[in-house]
Design a protein around this ligand. Structure first.
Ligand SMILES: Cc1ncc(COP(=O)(O)O)c(C=O)c1O
Length: 378
């Protein structure tokens, strides 16, 4: 059997990772500013993570959600404290799309409504409703085009308010820093205005923190820069450092109903152990603070680089989620970084290089990257 060929691949086989570096099958070392698409939060193969996962696998890898799982309760308590959402409830699933899917279902169950407001350039995943509220017609199959989504400009609060006033909206979903959309930031005025308009019109505010959350922005959640407290928060990617996991943080406004939501794999013993190990390391190594400090340094140095290289037109982002906008296509730059300089980065659209390194990225590694980038620009 052949693989279903949907991924355009870089011609590199990664066989090993440690911290912010990975190695290919020929033993060559690469600096990783991609983290497997913002997934590696505490660094590759962190010894504490490896130890906890190994011990857990020796005890019990999986049992279903029909029995008490103390690890889920520990995770809910720890995540509540770490994120400042002690009073919220936690529902565990396996991916980002599934987290958003469940957010949208909860909003619709609560309000009895069907319409969702979402931002232009938004990306929320590839399943049923998650893909419908994603602003990319190429990945919305006819079966997903159910007419539930209205796409509006990010930061234009009046446009959102106008739609909310029609009274049929169950939820507004936003990424406070758009990832796939090109590292675009929601403003505090927009976020606060939207939160207030959602309350007034009986709609649910969902923040998709799957890419920008879990410490990446330099605060636990990116929306915590904006002075809002959403009703639902979706997370995935960094939550378990590569073990497939997603979660929804649910405000006390929502009453759980037996059987209304569910999953076979979600919140299994190994996934919870991975998430607990991630929280241990984030706390012990102050990774949210590190993302803030190193991110600020890297953004400042990139802006200096931009002053010397006209092709860089803008540097934007927060913490270790950074977009470098070029006046030229970034594909050759990204490929030169991989093949010549041995450095992984991401991209958004044709012109933006997207940096999503592990949250343990250091200033020395930031300097190493700056040198590599400058080399491929000259
Ligand atoms: C903001 C955002 N939401 C949702 C998703 C979907 O997550 P997953 O691929 O785990 O389903 C992604 C993935 O890139 C994302 O960046």
């Amino acid at each position: 059997m052949k693989l279903f060929d949907v991924y355009p691949l870089l011609d590199v086989t990664i066989t090993k990772g440690q911290g912010c570096y990975v190695w290919d099958s020929n033993g060559a070392q690469y600096l990783d500013l991609y983290g497997g698409h913002a997934v590696i939060s505490i660094g590759h193969s962190h010894p504490h993570y490896v130890e906890m996962m190994t011990l857990q696998l020796g005890e019990l890898g999986f049992y279903s959600n029909s029995v008490v799982n103390p690890l889920q309760r520990q995770l809910a308590e720890r995540l509540g404290k770490a994120s400042g959402y002690d009073d919220y409830q936690l529902f565990l699933i396996n991916s980002g799309a599934e987290a958003n899917e469940n957010c949208l279902k909860l909003a619709s169950f609560l309000t009895g409504r069907k319409r969702v407001l979402t931002a232009q350039k938004a990306f929320h995943g590839r399943t049923s409703l998650a893909v419908e509220v994603t602003d990319n017609p190429r990945i919305i199959a006819p079966v997903n085009a159910g007419g539930h989504a209205t796409y509006l400009p990010l930061n234009d609060v009046q446009a959102w308010e106008q739609e909310l006033a029609k009274g049929d909206v169950c939820a507004c979903i936003i990424e406070c820093i758009q990832g796939v959309g090109g590292v675009r930031l929601a403003t505090p005025e927009f976020a606060q205005g939207l939160e207030e308009a959602c309350r007034r019109h009986g709609a649910v505010l969902i923040c998709d923190e799957i890419q920008c959350g879990y410490g990446r922005s330099g605060k636990f959640f990116a929306h915590q820069y904006l002075g809002i407290r959403p009703d639902l928060i979706s997370v995935a990617k960094g939550i378990a450092n590569g073990f497939p996991m997603g979660a929804v943080l649910i405000s006390p406004r929502f009453e759980p109903v037996y059987g209304q939501l569910g999953t076979t794999f979600g919140g299994n013993h190994l996934a919870c152990t991975a998430a607990l190990a991630v929280l241990d390391v984030m706390e012990e190594e102050h990774l949210v603070e590190n993302a803030h400090a190193v991110g600020n340094y890297l953004i400042q140095e990139l802006r200096k680089l931009a002053a010397r290289h006209e092709v860089i037109t803008e540097v934007r982002g927060r913490g270790l989620m950074i977009g470098i906008e070029f006046s030229v296509p970034v594909k050759p730059i990204r490929e030169a970084l991989v093949y010549q300089e041995h450095c992984f980065t991401g991209s958004s659209g044709a012109n933006t290089l997207r940096l999503l390194p592990p949250l343990c990225f250091s200033t020395e590694q930031a300097d190493e990257f700056l040198k590599k980038l400058e080399k491929v620009l000259v």
